[in-house]
Design a protein. Structure first.
Length: 347
């Protein structure tokens, strides 16, 4: 939602927004291994409602040649400077030419902070991760300092305001002839699996109006367990609102899809993905009412990506990154010791 906010601001500066997305190779070279593949990232960016077009395989350093190739008047970046692997400002050339604009970074959000929250998941919360020494040591490191909070309690540096919700909301009311479709869930770490599902739901009607019901943090924790959700309700609201397939969001929707909810929003169809439906607190089926009305439909997104899998990718990347750094440090130490010995032998 931080990226989405940046794109929203950029789009407001002009008439047509083209977003350059780097390849996996470019990211690995300058920043380390990406969590999502380039294909997943192309699709994710295209699904953000302020994006008109994407430029796949965009170079890490933005040049005038790139701007001219896509017929762009200027490029936009956040007010946090980005450097190449050798420490150069990646926007130097376009800044000099006066074809650079800046937008504000979203306060209290960073990929690093989210990664930190995922890495706080210890084995007790994450049964399919081997609790080896590396992993234990590394969760300890992440448990210290200002960000060492339990993620699901909603402790985050991000502060929601009504203004931010208004900026992200479509503001569109359902029109006569619209098919009002209701979907509900956690939509945690809003990802390509969610996008694929919402796109499939969007294709079910000629004029779809999709309402997404988001469950409160405590409710998600009840049915997902572990340390879920990683993102609190405010962060999840913005992430879902940024998606071009979603028209409206119900913040803190009831877990059971009630007759009141269906009547209030004039819902004509209720959809759920292929994930397991956990019973409500009293053991009842949360989709009992839409099933009774004959308006319930299962939708296969065709994607097997889940929030769990993303967390596993993050942890795997992190451990590989740490192992690589340890090897590098050991190598540098060995070189230093060898040089020291040579010096001593000289004397």
């Amino acid at each position: 939602y931080g990226h989405s906010n940046q794109l929203r601001q950029a789009r407001a500066m002009g008439d047509y927004l083209i977003v350059g997305v780097h390849t996996d190779e470019e990211i690995a070279k300058h920043k380390g291994p990406p969590v999502f593949t380039q294909e997943e990232r192309y699709k994710m960016v295209q699904a953000i409602k302020w994006v008109d077009e994407i430029a796949p395989g965009a170079p890490y350093v933005t040049t005038l040649e790139t701007l001219d190739k896509y017929n762009c008047d200027f490029c936009v970046h956040g007010d946090d400077i980005t450097l190449t692997i050798d420490g150069k400002d990646t926007y130097e050339e376009v800044k000099t030419a006066g074809r650079y604009r800046e937008c504000k970074r979203t306060q209290g959000v960073s990929t690093t902070d989210l990664v930190g929250r995922m890495l706080l998941m210890t084995k007790a919360h994450h049964s399919n991760i081997d609790e080896d020494l590396d992993y234990r040591k590394h969760t300890d490191n992440f448990g210290k300092g200002p960000k060492g909070h339990s993620p699901w309690t909603g402790v985050s540096q991000f502060l929601q305001t009504s203004q931010k919700i208004i900026q992200f909301a479509s503001g569109k009311e359902p029109q006569p002839g619209d098919t009002i479709i209701y979907v509900a869930g956690a939509f945690d770490l809003f990802h390509i699996g969610h996008v694929d599902f919402l796109e499939k739901v969007h294709q079910l009607a000629e004029k779809p109006y999709i309402i997404a019901g988001l469950h409160f943090d405590q409710e998600v924790n009840r049915y997902k367990g572990k340390n879920y959700p990683i993102m609190n309700i405010h962060e999840r609201t913005l992430s879902v609102l940024a998606c071009r397939y979603v028209s409206e969001v119900v913040i803190g929707a009831p877990y059971a899809v009630t007759a009141d909810l269906l009547d209030h929003f004039r819902v004509t169809r209720v959809c759920h993905g292929m994930t397991e439906v956990v019973p409500d607190k009293d053991g009842s089926d949360p989709y009992e009412e839409p099933k009774r009305r004959g308006i319930f439909q299962l939708v296969d997104s065709g994607s097997n990506l889940t929030t769990d899998l993303i967390v596993q990718r993050i942890i795997k990347n992190r451990l590989e990154f740490e192992a690589r750094n340890q090897k590098k440090e050991a190598k540098e130490l060995a070189v230093l010791e060898a040089m020291k010995r040579l010096e001593e032998e000289k004397h």
